[in-house]
Design a protein around this ligand. Structure first.
Ligand SMILES: [Zn+2]
Length: 267
């Protein structure tokens, strides 16, 4: 059985500067590769033109074009550990309150940082966490669920239109047995990453996918909403805006899920 426990991040964590670390476990720093906004620190040599880095760099432009966001030149520091044990040891010492995850995004007042390790799922993990970095470099007030919905959408490899197969299967199963129905207002109540279940991540992705991939008016609605957040610094309720344009949105989102499941079955 495929495990559904996956990389999630801690977004918008404010780190106090008073933590003294007597047993110093340093983050990787032997090698450094710079690619546009990304500064990748590692203790192993990583090819500057590695295809994973190429994809992460391309994602920056994908994201800016899709959401009509400006490009930032604020560095995103990616600390890439050689092994899971070194990564977990570092995180346990440096961020003892963090839950056990494969990768993290951390935002402080002055830096955007990603921690991850080189493993089988490093591509997915970095696409997810670096998406948070790109978003937080230009948006300061994304609601948690939408931040995660975008990250889940952009973690899918390029060329797949953001279809996250694991999420489709999970939600379709819940929908089929009447255990769940789309409810964006409920997602908007989530304030902390640890409150989010796997189903919440999947539903956040589904709403993002419906807005980004179905019709031009929905895409425009989302772009305008994001632009308004940037301009005003406010975080208005997207569910209210969506409801005014499409009162039947939850049903349409459920239909969208069924059509994604159908197209997966047909392939
Ligand atoms: Zn995340």
């Amino acid at each position: 059985m495929k495990t559904v426990y996956r990389a999630v991040c801690i977004a918008s964590v404010l780190i106090s500067g008073c933590t003294l670390m007597r047993t110093e476990i340093s983050s990787p720093n032997a090698y450094q590769v710079e690619r546009d906004q990304l500064v990748i620190h590692s203790d192993f040599r990583l090819a500057k033109r590695h295809r994973l880095l190429d994809e992460l760099v391309a994602r920056r432009l994908d994201l800016a074009a899709k959401l009509q966001l400006p490009l930032s030149d604020e560095p995103i520091h990616v600390f890439l550990f050689d092994s899971p044990s070194e990564y977990h040891e570092f995180i346990a010492k440096k961020y003892p309150s963090f839950p056990d995850r494969r990768a993290f995004f951390v935002e402080t007042d002055t830096r955007l940082k990603v921690y991850a390790y080189w493993g089988d799922r490093v591509g997915e993990d970095l696409r997810h966490e670096v998406t948070h970095g790109y978003l937080h470099a230009v948006l300061t007030n994304l609601p948690l669920w939408l931040d995660e919905g975008f990250a889940e959408y952009f973690e899918v490899p390029r060329g797949q239109r953001g279809v996250n197969a694991a999420h489709v299967e999970l939600l379709a199963e819940q929908l089929k047995f009447g255990k769940w129905f789309p409810d964006m207002a409920q997602l908007e109540k989530l304030e902390r990453p640890e409150q989010m279940s796997q189903q919440d991540y999947a539903e956040s992705w589904l709403w993002a996918h419906w807005l980004l991939e179905t019709t031009d008016p929905r895409l425009d609605l989302l772009r305008n909403h994001v632009a308004r957040m940037r301009l005003t610094g406010e975080t208005p309720s997207l569910s209210v805006v969506v409801k005014s344009l499409e009162p039947n949105a939850p049903q349409l989102v459920a239909d969208h899920l069924r059509s994604l499941l159908q197209s997966r079955t047909l392939h």
